[in-house]
Ligand binder design. Structure first.
Ligand code: UDP
Ligand code: MG
Length: 137
């Protein structure tokens, strides 16, 4: 069993795709340990994506992630980290495999529907960045 972290990004909420994505996660066997809807502040988004702070897309990414509410979840499952990355598909939906969530719901490489942790270390950092033990069941 592993835990991983996901954010349904502002495009998913605006386009009314949150329910479909959560339903898909449940159908794929993930268990939701924690969930909340949040309007991220700029400092919160910048801290979360600090690893990308020197990339050319950083300021645009922060504007996108703070333009509307997000839904964040802690998910549990067998090999949950890799399983979620595969289910999400490539960062760029144009390169994502058929059947992936980004292929179905993402508009472009920035507005790409959801986030998923990419390793055990990042999952641990990302979960603790937004969730306390009391918020996970
Ligand atoms: N992103 C972007 N342009 C790029 C690469 C990434 O706008 O050229 C955004 C996109 O929203 C992506 C996020 O920055 O999901 C984080 O990038 P990363 O390379 O970590 O992709 P991910 O792990 O989300 O697939
Ligand atoms: Mg990433």
């Amino acid at each position: 069993m592993q835990t991983t972290f996901t954010i349904l990004k502002p495009d998913s909420i605006k386009d009314g795709n949150a329910g479909a994505i959560i339903s898909r996660l449940e159908k794929e066997g993930f268990r939701i340990l924690g969930m909340k809807m949040v309007q991220l502040t700029k400092p919160q988004a910048e801290g979360f994506y600090a690893v990308h702070k020197d990339r050319p897309f950083f300021s645009s990414l922060i504007a996108f992630m703070t333009e509307g509410p997000v839904i964040m979840m802690v998910l549990e499952g067998d090999a949950a980290i890799d399983k979620l990355r595969k289910l999400m598909g490539s960062t760029d939906p144009a390169k994502a495999d058929a059947g992936t969530i980004r292929k179905q719901f993402a508009a472009n490489i920035e507005r790409n529907a959801m986030h998923g942790s990419d390793s055990q270390d990042t999952a641990a950092f990302e979960i603790s960045y937004f969730f306390s033990q009391l918020e996970m069941v």
